[in-house]
Ligand binder design. Structure first.
Ligand code: HEM
Length: 179
């Protein structure tokens, strides 16, 4: 057989082999493929990456993992429910609604810190619009201040405390309706 006749066959076979190799590699290791998905709309890309930008591992690990975050949320909730300025908004909630709020807050902060949690609650805008005819800046900062006190109570160090509060503050525009 002449070389000229052989060339298209060899070329075709080589192309087929390369295609099979590429498809196999990407099927076995999808992380090699470039993701076209976007993060869930509850958290912006900026909020999600807040967790990864410090030395010493993810914020989730530096905070001490799930149980440590749950302890901070429990102490925050205790302070928030008893807060002289904002406690009134939680008076009517059933025990189950409070439990649900606790779970959602843990998942929200755990996910934002880069932990293995998925926040499944509503967007901050949806769940806060209309509370008390629109939450004010002062009410928002009372809430964040209660989280800060809870972080102190649990011995969270300044760099990690700053990052948690940075995340909480990043939600302000979606929650506050009045100055
Ligand atoms: C950084 C600040 C805040 C964060 C991270 C936050 C987070 C959340 C989350 C995760 C939920 C549950 C969403 C859902 O039900 O799907 C929620 C609900 C709620 N939040 Fe906030 N919140 C913040 C500020 C505030 C403030 C300032 C107030 C009032 C002063 C407030 C009052 C409420 C109330 C009453 C609910 C329950 C709504 C319902 O059950 O329908 N939150 N919040």
């Amino acid at each position: 057989m002449k070389m000229q006749n052989l060339f298209p066959k060899v070329f075709g076979l080589t192309l087929l082999c390369i295609t099979i190799m590429v498809v196999t590699i990407f099927r076995l290791s999808p992380s090699l493929a470039i993701s076209t998905t976007t993060p869930p709309d509850q958290l912006s890309a900026e909020e999600v990456t807040i967790a990864h930008n410090s030395a010493g591992g993810s914020l989730y690990n530096r905070l001490g993992g799930y149980n440590a975050i749950a302890a901070v949320i429990d102490d925050s909730a205790e302070k928030i429910f008893a807060d002289p300025l904002i406690g009134k908004y939680f008076i009517g909630l059933s025990t189950n609604s409070k439990q649900r709020l606790r779970e959602l807050l843990i998942a929200q902060f755990c996910q934002a810190a880069g932990g293995p949690c998925v926040y499944t609650g509503r967007t901050m805008k949806l769940s806060h619009t209309g509370i008390g005819e629109g939450l004010t800046n002062g009410e928002f900062y009372a809430f964040v201040n209660d989280i800060a006190l809870a972080l102190d109570k649990n011995g969270v160090k300044q760099p990690e405390k700053n990052q948690v509060l940075e995340f909480a503050n990043s939600l302000r525009d979606q929650i506050v309706e009045k100055l």
